[in-house]
Write a protein that binds this ligand. Structure first.
Ligand code: NAD
Ligand code: GLY
Length: 350
């Protein structure tokens, strides 16, 4: 299958293709950097660092951080900035971020702030990062709250090789599938149907199907971000199920992964949309999510989730504004009364 190159002034150049990691050298040469550094973690390094280093030559600085969300911190950024200064990185240097969303967010943040911005290539290696985190220029570290400190900084190149997903733990692959299904529901009915028809191959991680779904999701996200980089309006649709999802993650003390929480959040939004917009396709959405191995119910106290949602919302808008489907493939942004949210959360509680 051909490698696809999406060129966009807003989100940078995005290259998607099976084995595209082998083309890294060409993309680096095009940027002709003064120095090159690779930022990754010990888990990803074990599987994919050799492939990256083999396609580069010269003196490469390695920035190795520990695995996990905790690495997305200002302290880690300080360690990397310090090493960059020590290794003589200038404004013409290049940072390559190799890993999941934690690494791509951190690499983007470090690259955007070091000497007011240096060259950046992202190589996302989780499904979550390939279809979401590495696309659209949001960078950040956690500070007191999640993603509190960050920038918008489109990378020069995002190099997506779906082959890297072959070493991903099953749970992480499923985690990314919730975001994949989300794109179908918010803006592409044909894609939703494609997922229904090919669910078995999606789960079997068929090479062509996985490459296709990554390409389609990236194109859809680029379409949204080109219209609204800074999330003043249209970009908010990417948050379908996320308000409820964050509440579920928080109420479970982060035992429930983001994608799984979003999956339940999507169902809750469908139930609310039945009442407010006459949405009639909840069963079909639940059918796809369950076929993809995603949860559609929770075991938590609905009131506890509601409290967590309110804390989250207080910090941002102070109102319960949600993304609701009017039909599969189309959503509206609406204010939702609290009692409807609690009712829907109770309906999907075990
Ligand atoms: P992650 O980066 O923690 O990766 C999940 C796990 O998979 C980690 O243990 C990682 O080491 C491992 N891993 C990564 N690639 C692998 C591979 N190919 N083989 C084996 N193991 C591999 O988690 P994630 O879900 O990718 O990303 C979550 C982060 O992304 C969060 O911090 C979230 O805030 C951020 N995010 C950002 C945006 C954005 O727009 N910037 C969007 C969505 C999520
Ligand atoms: N993940 C949501 C966004 O990029 O806006």
């Amino acid at each position: 299958m051909d490698t696809e190159v999406i060129e966009s002034a807003i989100v940078g150049k995005i290259v998607i293709g099976w084995n595209s990691l082998g083309d890294l050298r060409g993309w680096v040469d095009e940027l002709s950097p003064f120095k090159v550094g690779v930022l990754t973690n010990d888990v990803v390094a074990k599987f994919w660092l050799d492939a990256v280093l083999q396609s580069l030559d010269g003196d490469i600085s390695l920035f190795l951080v520990r695995d996990g969300e905790d690495a997305k911190s200002i302290e880690t950024a300080i360690e990397i900035w310090s090493k960059m200064i020590k290794n003589g990185f200038t404004r013409k240097s290049l940072l390559i971020g190799l890993g999941g969303g934690v690494i791509t967010d951190l690499a983007g943040f470090v690259a955007s702030t070091y000497m007011r911005g240096i060259l950046l290539i992202l190589i996302p290696t989780t499904l979550m990062a390939q279809v979401d985190a590495a696309i659209g220029g949001k960078t950040g570290v956690n500070f007191i709250g999640k993603n509190i400190i960050g920038t918008f900084y489109p990378p020069n190149v995002v190099l997506i090789d779906p082959q890297t997903l072959q070493t991903l733990p099953r749970e992480e692959y499923l985690n990314g599938l919730a975001e994949v299904a989300k794109y179908g529901i918010i803006m592409d009915r044909n894609f939703f149907e494609y997922l229904e028809e090919n669910a078995r191959a999606v789960l079997a991680q068929d090479k062509d199907i996985v490459t296709n779904i990554v390409k389609r999701c990236v194109m859809l996200k680029v379409q949204v971000v080109e219209e609204d980089l800074r999330e003043s309006d249209k970009r908010r649709i990417l948050n379908l199920g996320h308000t409820i999802g964050h509440g579920i993650e928080s109420a479970s003390n982060y035992r429930i992964k983001h994608g799984f929480a979003v999956s339940v959040g999507i169902v809750v939004c469908c139930l609310i949309a039945e009442k407010l917009l006459g949405f009639r396709e909840t069963d079909r959405v639940i059918g796809l999510l369950e076929t993809l191995g995603l949860p559609t119910r929770h075991n938590l106290d609905p009131k506890r989730i509601m409290e967590a949602i309110k804390v989250d919302k207080k910090a941002w808008y102070g109102r319960q504004v949600m993304i609701l489907p009017e039909r599969i493939g189309s959503v509206r942004i609406m204010e939702v009364p609290e009692d409807l949210i609690l009712e829907a959360l109770t309906e999907v509680a075990n």
